[in-house]
Design a protein around this ligand. Sequence first.
Ligand code: GDP
Length: 294
Amino acid sequence: MFDSLQDNLKGAFKTLRGKGKLTEANMREGLKMVEQSLLEADVSYDVVKEFMHGITKEALGEKVMLALEPSEQFIGLVNQELINLLGPVEDGLNLSKDINIIMMCGLQGAGKTTTCGKLAKLLMRQKVKPMLVAADLQRPAAIDQLHVIGEQVGVEVYSDRDNKDPVQVCRDAVAKAKADGCQVVILDTAGRLAIDEELMEQLKTIDRDVQPDHVFLVVDGMTGQDAVRSAGAFHEALELNGVVMTKLDGDTRGGALLSVKHVTGVPIRFIGVGEHLDDLEFFRPEGMAGRILG
Ligand code: GDP
């Protein structure tokens, strides 16, 4: 994971480490290499600019340049700036109401339905009783897929194959969840291969009508700048308050993670690190920065 970003940054650090004491020209060369590494890893230009702004002055300041080991100080700076850019995170989920509604949205194939199952499993481990709701009425197979996942997790799945109105399905599901003593309702909404107005209108209607406590966007971490663009569009239409980035176990360049946070300003809550239903982790900027730096 993050292979190329990691390798490129390591290369930049190695160049600096080999030099012992550094001149301003050495440091500027190191900074240029870091900038290049980020751009090559799919981090958007704006984010790279902000990142470089955050470290350049300090890297060239006396505290770093006159330190015993300036290269180590420089690596520390890069690490801290990565953490700043990825964070802050909101710890856990606020599930203080009797019934808490989480609306999951995203493009088809991003990993939304799988993530619904993973989230339900995570909640069950925390002794919270969730209900999964099949609100993706676009593809009949989506309802079946959620039932299969629900069975694997051991959680109740609400669906209504005769109802063609996703808003009504969500409303009925919330009523059923209340009756069944579920504390969290996870809505698996419809995805599309590309963003279109009909999809956004449907999501907005559900959002207005059901008033979820959390609206999470699921984005595919392997799709680089496409993930960033879709995040921007969803954020414009809905008031997102969390992002789940999936497929970070694959050979991803990782830059999307940095850019999505920047574009939406919304915290990354979870990361998907595999196809298995246990492969969901709370997002930790410190851990992620450490992984990027290797
Ligand atoms: P949806 O269309 O957004 O609901 O996407 P699905 O939940 O059906 O997932 C699409 C594909 O991505 C499936 O094959 C999932 O197993 C896979 N997938 C989902 N999350 C992850 C992840 O974190 N890592 C990997 N490797 N695959 C994932």
